[in-house]
Ligand binder design. Sequence first.
Ligand SMILES: Cc1ncc(COP(=O)(O)O)c(C=O)c1O
Ligand SMILES: [Zn+2]
Length: 421
Amino acid sequence: MELSTPTGKALRQGAFGNATALACRECGHQVELGPHYACPECFGPLEIAYDFPLVTRAQIEAGPRNIWRYKALLPVPDDIETSPNTEPGFTRLLRADNLGAELGLSNLWVKDDSTNPTNSFKDRVVACALSAAREFGSKVFACPSTGNLANAVAAAGARAGIKTVVFIPSNLEQPKQVNSAVFTDSLVAVDGNYDDVNKLASEIAGEEEGWAFVNVNVRPYYAEGSKTLGYEIAEQLGWRLPDQIVIPVASGSQLTKVHKAFQELIALGLVADKPYRVFGAQAEGCSPVSVAYKAGVDAIRPVKPDTIAKSLAIGNPADGIYVLDICRQTGGAVEDVTDDEVRAGIVLLARTEGIFTETAGGTTVAVLKKLVETGQLDTGLETVVINTGHGLKTLDAVSGSVAPAATIAPTYAAFAATGLA
Ligand SMILES: Cc1ncc(COP(=O)(O)O)c(C=O)c1O
Ligand SMILES: [Zn+2]
């Protein structure tokens, strides 16, 4: 069957690499690759299906130091490196012995995704969505966002020379607004929460021709970018999986894709098969998945978010039910923490490891601490915690908790009087 773009132009050969179709997560029904996201049979979410060739560690290791080293495992063409993009990924996996000692964990790592081009893991998903938008011949690159995604879309669009329009809740942190507006003249602040913004985006996607909303109508392609976090963690550990991993949850996409990445690596024989436990982290003021987990139910009841962790403030998470499945099946858990614990988590990571995380990372570190304290995490096992964003974007969260220890005259006597020597 000849595939075509929404504008009727034929898709070029190999536009989506080794991807073969879109498959429904619920009923398995397959549809051809295109800008589709809902199953025509049951409205379930579509995700990318592949026919992978033989992929070796050596091939991957010979690739560029960014996510395109895994291009054979992504829905992107073989010549992806030749089109302008932000080249995200291959961020540091750092041993976290100080944080581990503080929490009583003997073998802890931090995957620090705050060093991506726009300082969050969203550059990974956006790079994959941009490739899809390009192949579909889309004329506008757009998204509804809790902040970081808007930054990543606006920057990637600027680099690629495609018009961007990004939608955010109007109460978003100022630095996140500036970090988008600097790249695009079409930042739209909407008076409503993320779920309202998301609904508006779906409506616009239905009305306008040729708009690629990265997390709406090209969501299956976008979501695959998060798999690269899982691939990198395994490669950086020396081609093996960790025993436990703690991941923040907003829509839940990232957590489900890290798990998918681990499963693919096992299936391809790139890592040894072994059990691992996946843990989800939420802030109490927006914890629909954690609430369902603790209640032992499968249905997720949407909430109205009220938390300083605005990047995680999705009250109706699209992939929430799959997060529940994965955390339960792997013997993990979903946990939540208060805003005060989020602030303390940010400072704890900064003071122990020299990493300044945003509220999402504060949530994840605070959940890690709570999982240890409540005995839900095995302190002797190798554990990875993901830092998904940078603290400079949410300065207000901790500006009331940290400050100069003293303000003094420029004299030795004044310094000596502080007792800091
Ligand atoms: C910094 C940060 N971490 C984590 C997430 C959660 O991502 P997901 O929606 O894939 O669960 C987001 C989402 O916006 C984010 O901005
Ligand atoms: Zn279906």
